[in-house]
Design a protein around this ligand. Sequence first.
Ligand code: PFF
Ligand code: NA
Length: 456
Amino acid sequence: STYARSGRLPQQQWSTRFSFILAAAGASVGLGNIWKFPYVAGENGGGAFILVYLACIALLGVPMLMAEVLIGRRGQQNPVNSMATLAREAGASPAWKNVGRLGVMTGFLLLSFYVVVAGWALAYMPLTATGAFTGVEPPRIGQMFEQHLQQPLALIGWSTLVLVLTLGIVGRGVRQGLEKAANWLMPLLFLFLLILAVYAGSIGHFGAAVEFMFRPDFDKLSASGVLIALGHAFFTLSIGGGAMMIYGSYLSPQVSIARTSILVAVLDTAAALLAGLAIFPIVFAYGLEPGNGPGLIFVTLPIAFGQMPMGTVFGTLFFLMLSVAALTSAFSLIEPAIAWLTEKRGMSRFKASVLGGSGIWVLSLGTVFSFNIGADWTLAGKTFFEALDYLISGWMLPLGGLLMALFTAWVMKPEVTALELGGDSAGYRLWLGLIRFLVPAIIMLIFLQAIGLISL
Ligand code: PFF
Ligand code: NA
């Protein structure tokens, strides 16, 4: 047909639809679900926040995820080349390829702090396994986390290990690396999550947790809480970071983008809710604070692990699961850069991995030092880590997502997007309506609010 697409070789594609779903779920289920979601939900009062978050996933997240996968699947290359190809196809400005560049950059920067937090998870595995928290007084456990952050060399060691593991998998390529790892790790991850949620529910205060998570009390939700729910919906689904675009580029043309994207969003949401059900029953049973911030799983949970029956096993399993979730997301954060270096610069996958990995490693030092020797190198009151997280989660991911949404909605020909989404149906028109109007309107509102032009 007029709109036929050029394709990747079969060995550069996911071998089955299910492999794509697992890999994309791997990209999406990560620190965002298990570390970030429980503490932001805790800080923002629980139920009402979670309700808004779920609405954001359904109304904005799913259509945006579809848009990003669609660009990749149609473009069949790394994000930069895919955007360039599709802009040419639509007769639009070649400058659209900068959206691909932004995606590659965002993933790269995000990975530089992601490996550090993932390193904490890895470090807490042997710590829990050797009984370091057993019978220890709560204040002392808080100090242990502080002390952990005070040792730059140890932090560097752990984040280097995360990076080496990531590159070891990603360097093997799509089928031997990304796909194989996701096929093994993702079912395991969901199994762990389920076991932990059931165990936590049986020894902890399951009822209190359910009430906290699912009984909306809108008095507890502020305007900024709504914005945080929205930003987190993008972060958790990996929207705007080029990850879903590159994974979409390895997807065969026969697979339904709508059905797989919805399934990935459902899996991501299930993982976040299960994480909540694994964490909050313990938090309430031991009289801990759900609103304790980023330390929630590294301070409050080890307190509980140190007191509860089988806490050593349960805790080790928990940090293993967190590490697995972080790793499968880390793959997706570096893959756009690797694909760009190999396809555009003609590098071998090995060379690209070494080069990309070295860049991330150097950048990650900024995050490491922001917890110790560089704690007072601040910008507008934010440490390097805080500034980077704010820049990426608050600006780069939503901006990338917005530009991708605008591109599929207004620049690509509807014939083309309809073809990629399986034809002009009621579902297609719903997607087009959401991506054309609701998605850009809401994201612009967030930006206006963030720069202080409006106040919601
Ligand atoms: N979705 C991941 C998480 O929830 O931890 C984070 C992430 C991965 C964001 C990949 C963006 C991205 F491109
Ligand atoms: Na996620």
